[in-house]
Each structure stands twice: as structure tokens, then as C-alpha cells.
Design a protein. Structure first.
Length: 332
């Protein structure tokens, strides 16, 4: 009791929040945050053994799997947590969109969340490159092709920009340093606005009825369930490591969350790497601009919901097509 008083726990965290916020869909954001913490802890451990050089990366992964204490398990937790984070952040985005919580005055809260989503996808992508197995090598080759295709805007990401440092080392620096710092910057803005603009409610919903301290305890419980699930998946299906890359070969497909880009590549070639992700990502910034209705109730926003979930269905259809289609060569 004295420690909580010294830390001002009740004063700082005991403020009222809507009772509706104790429902499961409201915890997808905090589950995502807890997953990021799991990534940081397991990632710090893995960095002690990883060699971010083209010649040593794959061998260092073999060492982690075979010889590092708990290395195979923690690497698998790291991999499974990344996939669970993508699921939880997607559900969080869909729930916020359904509730209309991007409307005035919460536009910047939504945009900060969209920018965090971009950082999560970039973290996932850079993580797939690091093993330098066949899938990682091909992912990096697509990264370089996209950077070169962007011309002057992508020049800083090409191998020619700094021949003294490998692209792999630079992507590793992005993965463990630059992207996490940017992510937590946007997270700070996101949480600040949620705190002072309060959690969005619909007419008729109790604007109080609970406290953030109580909500925080439930957040912790959901977080430990996330950790338990990631640990169970890591035990049942340890993360795989492919064979060392064969230069010039292109035989793999990206993870499911990136398959929609692969589908666009099948149709439009490598220019899809340059124009596809920015254009589709731009769509996520538009709801606060396009949806100007006064009511945020789903029944009053049927048109916007139809467009939004139609867009999601399109991405899923592209991913399904790419998953079923034979592997194609795009850049090799």
C-alpha cells in the first residue's frame, strides 16, 4: 500500500473510463503492446548471438538453434509473437474502424495508430531478411529492387549508397534500433491522445463505470495469455530455418501478410514494389477525411463500412490468389 502511494498508482491510474472498455475487443491494442514487449525481451537475447553479416548471419542462426541456451525456443517465441502481433493489431484496427473512433477530434489518434501499423509491418519485414536463408535472401532482393525502382527517393536504401556496409547490416540496424524508436514515438502520441481525449463511446453507453487501474490489471492478464499462446506455439511448431540462400534463385513466397504485394507483382512486375504498398497504405489515412457524418454509430455509416471492409476483402483475395498461384520469378 505504501509503495503504491509513493508511486501515485491510485492517483495516476485510477481515473474513470467507460465500462464498455472492459470488453475483449478493447484489449487488442494492449495485447499488441504486450507482444511488442515480448519482442524486445526475446530480441535482446537473440542479438547476443546474431552476426549481421552476409557470410555469418545464417551460421549464427544455426548456433542459436543448436547451441545457445534456450535459443531455439526463444527464437520461436520471437517469430510466433510477430505473427500474433500482426493479427492483434489488425483486429484492433478493424474494431476502431467499426466503432468510428477515428472521427473528430480523434483523427490524429487514428493517424498515429496507422503509422505504428506501418512500423510493425516494417519490423516484420526486416525480421524476415535477417536469417539469410533462401526466403530472407529473396526478401532482401525485393527490397533492393524496390529501392532502385524508386529512383532518387530510394537511393539511400540501395547497396550503392554506402558500399562499406552491407544492406543486411543496415536492415539489422533498422530492425533493432531505428524502427523501434520511431514506433515508440508514435505510441507516445497515441497514448497521450487516448488519455486526454478519452475512450470513444456511443450515445447511451456509460462514459464511466470502470477505472483504468482495473483495466490495467485485465490488460496484464490478456498479456500473459498472449505470452502463454506464443510459448505453446513455439513448443509445438518451432520456427523453421531454410537452407542457405542460392544467389539468382527465386523459389519462395513471402509470409501471408505480404502475399497481396506478391499478387500485384505477378500482374505488374517490380513497379508494384514501388507503387503498391504506398497506395494501399494511403487508403488507411483516408477514413477521417472521407467520413464526415456526425454519427459514429455503425448503422449510420453503412457506406463507409462497406467500402472499408470491401478493401480488406480485396487484400485477402489478393493474398489468397498469390498463395494458390505457382511461384513466379519477378526480379532474379
Amino acid at each position: 500500500m505504501e509503495l503504491s502511494h509513493r508511486l501515485a498508482v491510485e492517483e495516476g491510474l485510477g481515473y474513470p473510463i467507460p465500462k464498455v472498455a472492459d470488453r475483449l475487443p478493447y484489449f487488442f491494442g494492449s495485447i499488441t503492446f504486450f507482444g511488442i514487449l515480448v519482442q524486445i525481451v526475446t530480441g535482446i537475447y537473440l542479438t547476443q548471438f546474431y552476426n549481421a553479416s552476409p557470410d555469418g548471419a545464417h551460421q549464427s542462426l544455426l548456433y542459436i538453434i543448436a547451441r545457445a541456451p534456450w535459443g531455439d525456443f526463444l527464437r520461436s517465441v520471437h517469430r510466433w509473437s510477430a505473427n500474433l502481433i500482426l493479427l492483434s493489431v489488425t483486429f484492433h484496427l478493424l474494431w476502431v474502424f467499426w466503432r468510428g473512433s477515428y472521427r473528430k477530434p480523434r483523427e490524429i489518434t487514428w493517424w498515429a495508430g496507422v503509422l505504428m501499423l506501418g512500423m510493425i509491418f516494417l519490423l516484420y519485414f526486416t525480421g524476415t531478411v535477417l536469417p539469410q536463408d533462401q526466403a530472407g535472401y529473396e526478401a532482401m532482393a525485393h527490397y533492393i529492387a524496390g529501392a532502385r525502382g524508386a529512383g532518387v527517393f530510394g537511393a539511400v536504401f540501395t547497396p550503392e549508397f554506402t558500399p562499406s556496409v552491407s544492406v543486411l547490416s543496415r536492415l539489422y540496424a533498422l530492425h533493432v534500433g531505428v524502427l523501434p524508436m520511431i514506433f515508440f514515438g508514435f505510441l507516445g502520441v497515441h497514448l497521450y491522445l487516448i488519455r486526454f481525449l478519452e475512450i470513444h463511446t456511443h450515445p447511451g453507453e456509460d462514459r464511466q463505470g470502470s477505472t483504468f487501474l482495473r483495466h490495467l490489471r485485465r490488460m496484464g492478464a490478456h498479456g500473459f495469455l498472449f505470452l502463454a499462446l506464443a510459448g505453446l506455439l513455439a513448443l509445438l511448431w518451432p520456427a523453421e530455418l531454410g537452407y542457405p540462400a542460392v544467389e539468382g534463385a527465386e523459389v519462395t513466397k513471402p509470409p501471408f501478410f505480404f502475399l497481396w504485394i506478391y499478387a500485384l507483382e505477378n500482374w505488374f512486375g517490380t513497379p508494384a514494389l514501388v507503387f503498391g504498398p504506398p497506395l494501399i497504405y494511403l487508403v488507411l489515412f483516408l477514413p477521417p477525411v472521407l467520413d464526415r457524418k456526425e454519427s459514429t454509430l455503425p448503422r449510420d455509416r453503412k457506406g463507409m463500412l462497406l467500402v472499408g471492409y470491401g478493401f480488406l476483402l480485396l487484400l485477402f483475395a489478393l493474398a489468397l490468389y498469390a498463395w494458390l498461384a505457382p511461384a513466379q520469378q519477378h526480379i532474379m
